[in-house]
Design a protein around this ligand. Structure first.
Ligand code: ATP
Ligand code: MG
Length: 543
């Protein structure tokens, strides 16, 4: 056994070794291929973002945000938007809602942002350069603003700087009736918190807004894959660094066909991988309007109050914080009680009912099997209508391999245009565990050809042969030092090679090479071109 090093991978993280990464690669390549056929494009996202983004998107009261994020305070250089954000922070009261933002003269002055508030025009300088023309520009802007609201008195004009402006700028501004404010950026910076991403939907929406993807042909279909981070209690199928493969459809339409196609795509992907026993549960959780989900939640809450004493502590707490989540409970003694609770399907508004019915029809049209599960919920306000979850075999209690749903309000919540959205996230670690459990995990191991060479001349030929075979796509092992044939064949066997190519000085001189099939020990002689042809024919038989 190897020595135990003082360093080990952190609990909840792990190394994936070549014995496993073959399967990981197959899974990821299949995702690229299948998602590509559905017209999805890959997006690669940063592994960390502002904590605020996740808090806003996922919800501050969720487990993920309240206790599972890896976060830290950032202090450092002034980034581009610091000034804006610092100003917002300082003047929170009312301005945020009222403010409209303009990039002033953006072509000439990318460093300048103008905001309109109540009777105030705020001009922020990212850099300190300012001259007579700048002030005139701003004055002109004030006039336009004044004309638009003729009843109002001429608005206050405020210049905001990150650092103390020069005496010249102060005088110039003062003589034009312009006020100056200097913001304390370092104080703001201490408040900036960053986090490793616990999921990627928030980042995808941020990117959609940041890159103006609303201008692209709609809907925009994106997929991603990569590590996510949550400070959870590690156990089988639950890690602190785990991997997700996910996709999102963003755009103007919430047509039920979009929901169905997204689900069809996941099921096609699983099917292509040979995942057996995957089960799809679907539900509709309505939308956030008085005649739909909120009315149901109220009713559910009232019913839960009646049985409160019989529920566990978690569920009791959730009656207050998030009654829908009680339906999620896996506790044995709560199951009979939950079975008697009112069901959301009976309380959906007409549009949500129609949408749900259409999604189911669309799934049937596509030959996708599903089970309706009225207890399938997502705990956040912006999730709406279609929700789904896929479970797989061989995973014990951590058996959810994919969760998804519609989230029409999310992009807008993050500051973008009104946008419909639906997506899913697959737990790649669990998907792979399930494939391994069902015997679908075996990735091709070993080598196609082990080149057993002896002698100087043979070696030169062996190097060339290795190059040609590799170019033709075979996995080739070329021992770096000379070995007796017996020893070489032993090694070939240990590496799980299919064939050994035997090259001694004699073989090279005669131009007739010996190929040994290791499974049965038979040998055949070939010329070089014949050999390649033979191996090619064998390869297509085995794959
Ligand atoms: P769970 O109920 O298992 O905690 P979740 O609701 O937190 O899942 P989502 O946020 O919907 O999960 O993430 C989608 C998928 O990502 C899950 O279905 C699961 O397969 C996977 N996943 C989530 N957390 C982990 C983790 N800590 N380790 C491994 N996979 C995870
Ligand atoms: Mg979880």
């Amino acid at each position: 056994m190897a020595n135990k090093s003082k360093f080990q991978a952190i609990r909840g993280t792990r190394d994936l070794l070549p014995s496993e990464t073959g399967l990981w690669n197959r899974v990821e390549q299949t995702a690229h291929a299948v998602f590509g056929t559905f017209g999805f494009g890959e997006i690669r996202l940063p592994a960390f973002e502002e904590t605020e983004l996740f808090a806003k998107a996922i919800g501050a009261e969720t487990d993920i945000i309240s206790k599972e994020m890896f976060s830290w305070q950032e202090s450092g250089t002034i980034i581009e938007t610091d000034l804006q954000q610092a100003w917002m922070l300082k003047h929170k009261q009312g301005f945020e809602a009222a403010s409209r933002e303009y990039v002033f003269n953006s072509r000439q002055r990318p460093d300048l942002v103008v905001r309109e508030g109540d009777h105030t025009l705020v001009v922020e300088f990212k850099r300190r350069t300012i001259n007579q023309a700048t002030i005139e520009n701003i004055q002109q802007y004030r006039r336009v603003f004044g004309e638009r609201f003729p009843d109002e008195k001429s608005p206050r004009l405020l210049l905001v700087f990150a650092e103390e402006p020069s005496e010249f700028v102060r005088k110039l501004a003062g003589s034009n009736g312009v006020e100056i404010e200097v913001l304390d950026i370092p104080e703001y910076e201490q408040h900036e918190s960053l986090s490793l991403r616990p999921e990627a939907t928030a980042s995808v929406c941020r990117a959609y807004i940041e890159h103006g993807m609303a201008q692209l042909p709609q809907p925009v279909k994106l997929y991603y894959m990569g590590p996510m981070f949550r400070r959870e209690r590690p156990q089988k199928g639950r890690y602190r660094q785990f991997y997700q493969i996910g996709a999102e459809v963003l755009g103007g339409s919430d047509a039920p066909a979009i929901d169905a196609e997204v689900i069809e795509m996941v099921m096609t992907f699983f099917d292509r991988l040979g995942l057996t026993g995957a089960e799809l549960d679907i539900n509709s959780i309505g939308h956030n309007a008085p005649d739909c989900r909120p009315a149901y939640v109220q009713k559910l809450k009232a019913e839960l109050e009646k049985v409160k004493d019989k529920l566990g502590a978690d569920s009791q707490r959730r009656i207050e914080t998030n009654p829908l989540r009680v339906l999620d409970s896996k506790l044995e003694h709560e199951q009979a009680i939950i079975a008697t609770l009112p069901r959301i399907a009976d309380h959906l508004c007409d549009e949500c009912k129609a949408h749900y019915a259409a999604v189911k029809r669309q799934l049937e049209l596509r030959g996708v099997f599903f089970k309706e599960n009225w207890r399938l919920v997502r705990g956040l306000d912006y999730y709406m209508r279609t929700t789904f979850e896929i479970t797989a075999k061989g995973l014990g209690s951590q058996n959810a391999v994919c969760g998804g749903g519609r989230y029409d309000g999310l992009v807008e919540l993050l500051g973008g245009p009104p946008t419909k959205g639906i997506g899913f996230a697959i737990g790649e670690d669990r998907l792979i565990l399930s494939l391994q459990e069902s015997g679908k995990g075996a990735a091709p191991q070993g080598r196609d050809v082990y080149i057993a060479w002896m002698g100087e001349r043979a070696y030169a030929t062996a190097v060339r042969a290795a190059k040609d075979l590799r170019t033709a796509g075979f996995r080739v092992e070329l021992p770096p030092t000379e070995l007796k044939f017996g020893k070489a064949l032993e090694r070939a066997d240990k590496l799980g090679s299919r064939f050994a190519l035997i090259l001694g000085d004699n073989e090279v001189a005669e131009g007739s090479w010996t190929l040994k099939t290791l499974a049965d020990g038979t040998q055949q002689k070939f010329t070089e071109p014949e050999l390649l042809e033979f191996l090619r024919s064998r390869k297509s038989l085995s794959s």
